[in-house]
Design a protein. Structure first.
Length: 263
């Protein structure tokens, strides 16, 4: 029989999540702006030694602390993925930024229960910005609570996406309508742009071609700041969701974006 969903993420889970940041930060900082061999994965996104060393260290720490928990990572796949509690790791979100010497890459750490995200971290190692979101807790940035801002209409919204090239075919037309209808459109930032939604500086992020390790950690961070994130049909995100997400600081802008994406 499955356990009931937690009402508030337990303190020992929060403690481990913070400890994982203490492991990942020095590894990524140590490789930042150094010359690394870059290889391509099947989806042609770049991978470096830093990604793999970081994920291996995070896995080791999780296995030591909670050996019954599962782990899904971008670089080394799954172990015990059918466990009740599963950690989902993206050791280096924004590898393109990392290999080109820009500081807007991060580490994403999520904990799911029964496939639903209950804890999430966005950590920016070089910028020293850490967002922590967890079920039953207010989202914090570097220990201080943050809130998304109100925005009633798309025409007043600041829009963002990592790459315009992630939108192809009919999706490109949808992107163009959203970006063109917003007050401003900017690109880049990967996970950082979602942190900016939680902190009240960006109003709308729409993206495709993502994996669960790219977005599950974002759910508790955004929701704990009063923001929202769903798939393009407006459904909640979980370990079986697809590759397209939309995040907004205000329900009204989210609904307008979903209307365009499904129109």
């Amino acid at each position: 029989m499955a356990s009931a969903a937690v009402q508030s993420a337990p303190a020992e889970f929060l403690s481990l999540a913070k400890g994982l940041v203490e492991i990942s930060r020095p590894i990524l900082r140590g490789y930042y702006r150094t010359r690394l061999d870059i290889v391509s994965k099947g989806d042609e996104s770049p991978v470096t030694k830093a990604d793999r060393e970081c994920e291996a260290a995070l896995r080791a720490a999780i296995n030591k602390a909670f050996p019954a928990h599962g782990i899904i990572g971008e670089e080394f796949g799954s172990e015990r993925a059918d466990a009740e509690f599963v950690w989902v790791l993206d050791p280096l979100d924004g590898t393109r930024a990392f290999v080109t010497g820009r500081p807007t890459f991060g580490t994403l750490i999520a904990l799911t229960q029964g496939g639903q995200p209950i804890l999430g971290i966005i950590d920016m190692p070089v910028l020293s910005d850490l967002w922590l979101g967890a079920k039953g807790h207010e989202t914090t940035l570097n220990g201080a609570p943050v809130r998304a801002r109100a925005c009633a209409d798309l025409k007043d919204a600041y829009f963002s996406a990592a790459l315009p090239q992630m939108f192809q075919g009919a999706d490109r037309a949808r992107h163009d309508k959203l970006a063109g209808g917003a007050k401003s459109a900017t690109y880049g930032g990967d996970c950082y742009q979602y942190g900016m939604v939680a902190t009240g500086f960006i109003d709308l992020v729409v993206e495709k071609t993502l994996g669960i390790y790219d977005y599950l950690s974002l759910v508790p961070v955004l929701e704990g700041a009063g923001a929202l994130i769903t798939d393009w049909q407006g459904k909640p995100l979980h370990t079986r969701s697809g590759d397209a997400v939309v995040a907004a600081g205000d329900r009204r802008v989210l609904d307008q974006a979903l209307a365009v994406l499904n129109g």
